[in-house]
Design a protein around this ligand. Sequence first.
Ligand SMILES: [Zn+2]
Length: 124
Amino acid sequence: MKAPWFMELIGAFGGRCVYCGGMRVLTVDHVVPKRRGGGGESNLLPACEPCNSAKGCLPFYVWLERIDLPLVTLVDRIEAARTRLGRIQSDAARVARRRLQRLITVMHWDASQLRMSKLKYGDR
Ligand SMILES: [Zn+2]
């Protein structure tokens, strides 16, 4: 049983996996894997089981490269979901919206880290 805010989140993504857009049964994906320090509830997105298990504990940017999904596209999807949540008057929707906002901030930070590491070490 998923928390009400997460159910709102799933609805805001149209019941689709954030990564592949598939409409399979959705699981709770830890964007930054727990084993890599990803904690808290602003780190969760709906993902289908195949994506979630393929992602495993890969660093987030490695996963995005593997599925050829630009970060900017993913952030656009998240922004769209956040906008949809803004139209729903419920506490669960407000919580979901706040958590997405925080997640977007983390992703921008992660992307800037990636750019820095690419400058330092080149593309891997
Ligand atoms: Zn998927």
